[in-house]
Write a protein that binds this ligand. Sequence first.
Ligand code: ADP
Ligand code: MG
Length: 261
Amino acid sequence: MAKIFCVANQKGGVGKTTTTVNLAAGLAKIGQRVLMIDLDPQGNATMGSGVDKRKLALTVYDVLIESATIAEACVKSEKLIAAGCGYDVLGANRELAGAEVELVQLERREKRLKLALAVVDNDYDFVLIDCPPSLSMLTLNGLCSAHGVVVPMQCEYFALEGLTDLVNTIKQVHANLNKDLQIIGLLRMMFDPRITLQQQVSDQLKEHFAEKVFNTVIPRNVRLAEAPSYGLPGVVFDPASKGAQAFVTFAEEMVERIKGM
Ligand code: ADP
Ligand code: MG
């Protein structure tokens, strides 16, 4: 049975997409079968996995409106397979922006992705969903499908405040729509230990959220930022870089953390 995780934070630029593609590649590298779903119309996770969003015949949009199955719409990236980090990609492009409006008129609108995923449950160990920077109908489809949420965040001044909204949304979805849903963990992203404020916020996070804070910390690393322009996750683009190594360690921590879940 696949374990399904949303990578979510309604704030933009905190590292959701970077986390999704590098965790996917890291998990694939350690032998897990992974499906990556891009739920953001920007399609960055699609492009960052070596799949050209402009050339996709079918996307997650077709799955949401039930005109295609996941098996029909997902693609493989040859570049990632060649690097030994292959995972399946259910891509997105601008077409997905329309789904927001269309879904509102449809039945079971928040459960569409969950129903589609039920069919491929045995084909994967992990499904990772890259959510858009909003608490929209798309994000809601992600949250209704998932066993848990991975929350990447930067250790900045307003970080804790922003978390309150997300935590409340997750609680509401848990209470009303998906009783499986839980926060798997908070991932400290783009961390620089030399910055005192980041240390302080990191300490506060551990005080408030205790073991929900992942042990692995992802450092600020330019190779992770360069990789998308080559259509690759950092884990594939420069496996020796500090950022790539941190993501492989994070993949191992995820495998450990979900044991018994
Ligand atoms: P989101 O999906 O939350 O909007 P992204 O993953 O697109 O965030 O990251 C925002 C920007 O920060 C991107 O340009 C990305 O390359 C860069 N970035 C993300 N993580 C790191 C990191 N650990 N070190 C350096 N740059 C990073
Ligand atoms: Mg993103």
